[in-house]
Design a protein around this ligand. Sequence first.
Ligand SMILES: Nc1ncnc2c1ncn2[C@@H]1O[C@H](COP(=O)(O)OP(=O)(O)O)[C@@H](O)[C@H]1O
Ligand SMILES: O=C(OP(=O)(O)O)[C@H](O)COP(=O)(O)O
Length: 404
Amino acid sequence: MTLRTIDSLGPLAGTRVVVRCDLNVPLKDGVITDDGRVRASVPTITALVDQGAKVIVISHLGRPEGAPDPKYSLAPVAARLDELLEVPVAFAADTVGEDAAAKVAALGDGEVLVLENLRFNPGETSKNEAERTAFAGQIAEFADAVVSDGFGVVHRKQASVYELEQLRPSAAGLLIANELDVLYRLTENPERPYVVVLGGSKVSDKLGVIEHLLPRVDALLIGGGMLFTFLAAQGHKVGSSLLEADQIDTVKGYLADAAERGVDIVLPTDVVVAESFSADAAHEVTAADGIEETAFGASGLGLDIGPDTAAAFAERIRGAKTVFWNGPMGVFELAPFAAGTRAVASALTEVDGLSVVGGGDSAAAVRQLGFDDDAFGHISTGGGASLEFLEGKKLPGLEVLGWQ
Ligand SMILES: Nc1ncnc2c1ncn2[C@@H]1O[C@H](COP(=O)(O)OP(=O)(O)O)[C@@H](O)[C@H]1O
Ligand SMILES: O=C(OP(=O)(O)O)[C@H](O)COP(=O)(O)O
């Protein structure tokens, strides 16, 4: 536990500090629907501004495919940061091109510049280390020092998270330090029962953590897009719901492993099935083994856990002493499919112990559904990152900052 801190970088007045944040916020028609990750990045940026550094903020947004895509521009995020900070925030229309270089050169002490989406450049997420290092080298041209503060992305071996930090003096920002303070407690003798609730749509990413969480928890509750691969593993039909067909055998292995270890994997007994993916779609509650028996047949889409499941999950959560939840239980962005997520969120607020919500969309969901941040023990900005941290994995973006 030897994370390098900003102090280790020495006096920063007048120097150019590149700050890697996770400003990957949910957007609807170009408008930010939850600015939690932008607000979470403010303390570190402010600390650097107060020292008189020239602050260059970098981040990804969404998953563009290595080329500019206006839908994923960081411009609205830079505008929000401008409202939140006491100093004006400039924005460069590229990441390492001419506009970025000119704006970095013009940056005064204590001023802030946001560069365009890192993932508009293929080097950021390349599987090839040399390509990542080359792109990190271009960013490093702008930096005398690097502060890594994008907790939500520390599980990714990507140019700005891993290679860049090795090219200049680097340290962790205040957000990462704060996240680790809380999450570390969940890895060191969590009070039991310890329940982990999983959902969301990044199914292939998150299925893998289950194997490593099983030896650590008392129960795993499975909802969201992930549940259909489990139902399929039990031999049920899932209509047109989200499914990782090539993971079915792996999931069967998890179910067998859990049974052997005496860990409960709690699966939905009912689901909400819709005719289409829209807020006004016809929908029905059906038994988990009857998804194709609704009026919508094999084209039915499972978009939320059903009411019986929501009640059962809530009871398990309320009876726990430690709860970690990542991934909405359904498509909460559409009102008819938000009930499962609301029930789980509400149960977390009643936990007599430590309750942690993690993930960009999960945090957005609890706020959108009207819950106060203070109602939970902690709201983490990272979903996949928290899960991988909790499973005890070494995360590239933390190792590179001295964490072991
Ligand atoms: N049954 C489902 N089918 C499709 N998408 C789902 C389902 N349940 C939840 N989702 C979607 O999962 C998304 C969030 O997933 P994810 O990114 O994994 O969570 P987080 O950002 O909290 O880690 C939400 O946009 C939600 O609409
Ligand atoms: O939203 C994020 O992760 P999360 O959905 O697991 O919370 C991070 O910004 C990482 O994004 P990525 O999963 O596209 O690498």
